[in-house]
Structure formats: structure tokens, C-alpha cells
Design a protein around this ligand. Structure first.
Ligand code: ATP
Length: 496
């Protein structure tokens, strides 16, 4: 259903207040014009008060309260009240009560037809109005609509953009609103008098800007790749296969392969979960975005979901990309439980639906130390392509990790007996091993040792308590939970 039909159906169903969170007021005016054959439109905005909807000229400098008071009497003709950017004004008890009166009259009185549109850049729904407000999220333009916007733009500017470039631009402009698309095209045009291939770079920079401004998603810079991971061979093999699809997505889709959706990595702290998220983005040749679900939580009704929608929209705008959600248990633990947090449950529902239906090339890497309180739907097949369990490294993996971290710091020499170190590193995480190597090298520098010897590392190990000891209880409970689930081991179980 397109936007006009959807909104018409809400009006017919007597939904009294429609809340449209958008920045693009212009596009929304056009939608309202398409809707209203019989209805009279009255507009209010925060700056000017009552304005003429057609000309945008000020009619009367009413306050919102005065403006709403005008419409409490009988309204036999259908009326649309368009309230723009009033999100800061509606927390007031008088305004809430006026909006409520108008809404209830529309629902219950025969000779009264007033539909209120709140068109605002921010979503702010006072609890008292929650049941009377319907939020309508304007969908972002699809490919066809983006192409139409580019073509309209080139026509109005009297420039020619060849079809191939239009298609390419349409791909990179995915995820922007119409308003933003026109802004970017304008920016490109102002720079060179036309729109050309190198402007796809400009679009990328714009995307980064938008993401930075939002504060909800971070674009990470990092150096690590798949060769920095010691062990986790099953996981790495799986990732190599997925990268073959991800890096040739178009031909894979044509062949009938599904777009890879994502993976959940559960496991012991310091064993390479974050490292794997980074290595995935490097292997797939795409940016890595980190989503902090804690930052999505807002204080108003619906605000958290709206933030989630925007964050996901941004990831889709940057796609292809890897979207890393760290410590997912902190975001969704207890969702759906009786007496659980309602916002968490709604956010969780939104996220699940998106995961299930998404067609975009946003590859989700969710990482977690503890999944015991995650809702079972989350772990069901079909949400993630695979769930991996990352345990403390086995013998072969520890050998790899020790060598890798020594080599990384150019301190590997063949006198180091890694086999001897294996016995003493049982139960050590990758992070523990890295810390031991770092500390040994620091000591070598301070004491001016010529090279690192096995004994130096052994001495350092004797002074270090591994994570498996300090977190013993937590680890036991994680293993019990995992035993009950169909989870893949990230490692090839090859002890030396
Ligand atoms: P947490 O659950 O505490 O966030 P994590 O599993 O995400 O931990 P990482 O941040 O990936 O752990 O690991 C910490 C550091 O330990 C890494 O930067 C890396 O240097 C080292 N490390 C951990 N596992 C490995 C591994 N398998 N191979 C090489 N280095 C590793």
C-alpha cells in the first residue's frame, strides 16, 4: 500500500491523530494535498502560528492552544489540522487536553470530522495521548522512486546524467529520504555544475555525516583481519564461504542464493568475538558499524522504536556493511517475559521482524557473553544464519595465538617452545595470552634482554590469573545454557 492509501485508510478508520516523524515537510505537504479532495486544511507551525497551508504565509500569530481552541465547535466538513514541529509544545497539560478533546469528538460525535496530523522532526508522544495517536513512518524511497527523483532533478537543472550513472547513484542513495537525496544532488551540482561519477564518493561522505550526527551508530576504524584470529577454524571457514557470496552478491542472488543475514557469536570473554566482528567486515570488504542499543532508549513513548528504525535505516543506507551489535544480552534480556520491560519487548520485536524480512546487504554480527536471558525466539533458526559458540582456545589454538601475538610484535624466535607453554596456558583466553605476551615484551625492554625465552613467558604466566578462574561460575552457567541449544562450535576440536 502506498503512503497516500495507507493514510487514507487510517482517516477512514477514524484514527484521530496521525504522527508523522519526518524532516521532509515538503514531501508530506504533497501527500496531504493528494489526500484532501473535500477536506479543508489548516496549518500551524511553531514559529508563525496559524499559516496558510498553500502559501505558507502567516494568517494569525496564534499560540497552539488558541489555534486548537478554534476547532472545538461542530465541524460538519472534514478538516485536517496540520501541526508542524510542535513536538516541544505538546508536553503541556492544556495542549494534551485539547488534543484529547478533539480526538475523542472525532471518534464519538457524528457531526465532527477533524483529523490531526503532527508532522515533526522528533517523535514525542505524551503518555496521555498514546492510545489516540497512530505513528506513520514514511518509508524511504525505493530504487524506482530514487531514480525518479534523480531524473526530475536532472530535468529541472537541465543536465544529462547517463542511465548507467543514474543506476549507480540510485544504489548509493539508498537509505536517504527524498529531501536528503535532493540536498545531496544539489550539493554535487553546486560543486561542478553537473552530477558525475565521482559524486558517489560525496554520497558516502554524506552518509558518514548523517551517521555521526545521530550518535547511535559508530563507524569503526580498525586494522585487524581474519589472519589476526588464532584458531576458530570452523567459524573462519564459514566466514570465507559467506564472503564469497557477499563479495559477489549480484551473481549469487541471480543464482538463487539468499543474501547472508548474520551470525550470533556467544562465548567466553576475551576469546575473539569482537575480533571476529572486525575480521568479518575486512573479509567482506565493507564498513563496520557498531550499534549501541543502550543509546536508542529514549524517554518518550515510541521514541526508542523510532530511534531503532532510524539506526537500522542508516545501516541500510550504508549497506553493504557489517552491523555489529555488541553485548546483545544487555539490550534484549527479558524481552517478552511477563512483567518484563515493555520498551525492550517492543524493540526486540522490531529487531526480529527486521532480521527476518530484511533483503538488504546488512550483515549482522551480534556478540554476547551470556544468552541465558535472551528470548528463545532470538535463537531460533532463521534469524541468524548461524550461531557460534566461542570457547576458551584449545591446545592448537593457544599455540597459534601465542605465535601470532609474538610475531605481531616481531619477537617470535625459534627457541620459544610453544608446546611447553601449552600446558601452562590451559584455561587462558586469547586476551589473557595477549596480555602475558605484552607484559613479557615490556619486561624484555626494561631489562634489556636480547630475546624472549620460553622461561620469560612461563614466569609471566605464573603471575597471571586466567579469566576462566576469575569467571568460573559465569562460565559454568553459560555452558549449561549452550548445551541445550543447537549451537556450532567456532573451533575445530583438535587438541594437540
Ligand atoms: P568480550 O566478551 O570481553 O568483549 P571478546 O570475545 O570480544 O571479549 P576480543 O575483544 O575479541 O574478545 O579479544 C580481546 C583481544 O584478545 C583481541 O584484541 C585480541 O588481541 C586477543 N584475542 C582474543 N582471542 C583471540 C584469538 N582467537 N586470536 C588472536 N587474538 C585473540
Amino acid at each position: 500500500m502506498n503512503t497516500v492509501d495507507k493514510i487514507s485508510s487510517y482517516i477512514e478508520a477514524l484514527r484521530p491523530i496521525l504522527y508523522i516523524p519526518t524532516f521532509d515537510f515538503n514531501s508530506f505537504d504533497n501527500i496531504i494535498k493528494e489526500l484532501s479532495s473535500k477536506s479543508k486544511i489548516y496549518e500551524f507551525n511553531e514559529g508563525l502560528g496559524y499559516v496558510n497551508f498553500e502559501t505558507k504565509n502567516q494568517e494569525t500569530a496564534y499560540t497552539l492552544e488558541e489555534f486548537l481552541n478554534l476547532f472545538l465547535t461542530e465541524q460538519t466538513q472534514p478538516i485536517y489540522l496540520v501541526l508542524k514541529d510542535v513536538h516541544n509544545l505538546i508536553d503541556n497539560h492544556k495542549i494534551i487536553s485539547l488534543l484529547k478533546s478533539i480526538a475523542l469528538k472525532t471518534i464519538y460525535e457524528d457531526n465532527y470530522y477533524v483529523t490531526i496530523f503532527i508532522v515533526a522532526t522528533k517523535l514525542n508522544i505524551p503518555t496521555e495521548l498514546e492510545k489516540l495517536i497512530t505513528v506513520y513512518d514514511t518509508p524511504l524511497p525505493n530504487r524506482a522512486k530514487i531514480i525518479e527523483t534523480i531524473n526530475d532533478f536532472s530535468q529541472s537543472m537541465k543536465i544529462t546524467i547517463d542511465t548507467h550513472l543514474v543506476n549507480e547513484l540510485a544504489l548509493s542513495l539508498k537509505g536517504f529520504s527524498k529531501f536528503e537525496i535532493i540536498q545531496i544532488l544539489n550539493f554535487a551540482y553546486q560543486k561542478s555544475g553537473t552530477v558525475e561519477k565521482k559524486d558517489t564518493q560525496l554520497i558516502l561522505e554524506e552518509k558518514e555525516q548523517i551517521i555521526k550526527k545521530s550518535g547511535m551508530i559508530e563507524i569503526l576504524n580498525f586494522k585487524e583481519g581474519i589472519n589476526d584470529i588464532g584458531g576458530l577454524d570452523n567459524l573462519k571457514k564459514w566466514l570465507y564461504n559467506k564472503s564469497k557470496i557477499f563479495n559477489n552478491l549480484e551473481s549469487a542472488l541471480e543464482f538463487g542464493v539468499e543474501t547472508p543475514s548474520g551470525m550470533l557469536i556467544v562465548g567466553m570473554p576475551g576469546c575473539g568475538k569482537s575480533l571476529t566482528a572486525k575480521a568479518t567486515a575486512r573479509l567482506f570488504n565493507v564498513p563496520l558499524l557498531r550499534l549501541d542499543i543502550g543509546k536508542l532508549l529514549g524517554k518518550y513513548v515510541g521514541e526508542s522504536e523510532e530511534n531503532m528504525r532510524r539506526a537500522i535505516g542508516m545501516a541500510e543506507a550504508v549497506s553493504p556493511c557489517v552491523l555489529w551489535i555488541d553485548e546483545i544480552e544487555k539490550a534484549f534480556a527479558g524481552a517478552g517475559d511477563a512483567g518484563g520491560n515493555e520498551v525492550t519487548t517492543r524493540l526486540f520485536g522490531y529487531f526480529l521482524t527486521w532480521m527476518q524480512e530484511k533483503k538488504s546487504s546488512v550483515f549482522v554480527v551480534a556478540t554476547s557473553n551470556d544468552i541465558s536471558n535472551l528470548p528463545p525466539e532470538f535463537l531460533r533458526k532463521g534469524r541468524f544464519d548461524e550461531i557460534f559458540f566461542v570457547d576458551f582456545p584449545n591446545d592448537e589454538e593457544r599455540k597459534n595465538i601465542i605465535e601470532l601475538h609474538l610475531k605481531k610484535r616481531k619477537k617470535w624466535n625459534k627457541n620459544i617452545d610453544t608446546i611447553k607453554l601449552l600446558k601452562e596456558t590451559q584455561g587462558y583466553s586469547g586476551a589473557d595470552i595477549e596480555a602475558v605476551i605484552k607484559d613479557t615484551i615490556e619486561k624484555a625492554f626494561i631489562n634489556e634482554w636480547k630475546e624472549i625465552r620460553t622461561k620469560n613467558i612461563l614466569d609471566e604466566l605464573a603471575d597471571t590469573k586466567p579469566m576462566s578462574v576469575s569467571l568460573k561460575d559465569k562460565i559454568e552457567s553459560l555452558k549449561t545454557t549452550l548445551d541445550k541449544l543447537d549451537v556450532n562450535n567456532a573451533s575445530k576440536n583438535d587438541n594437540l
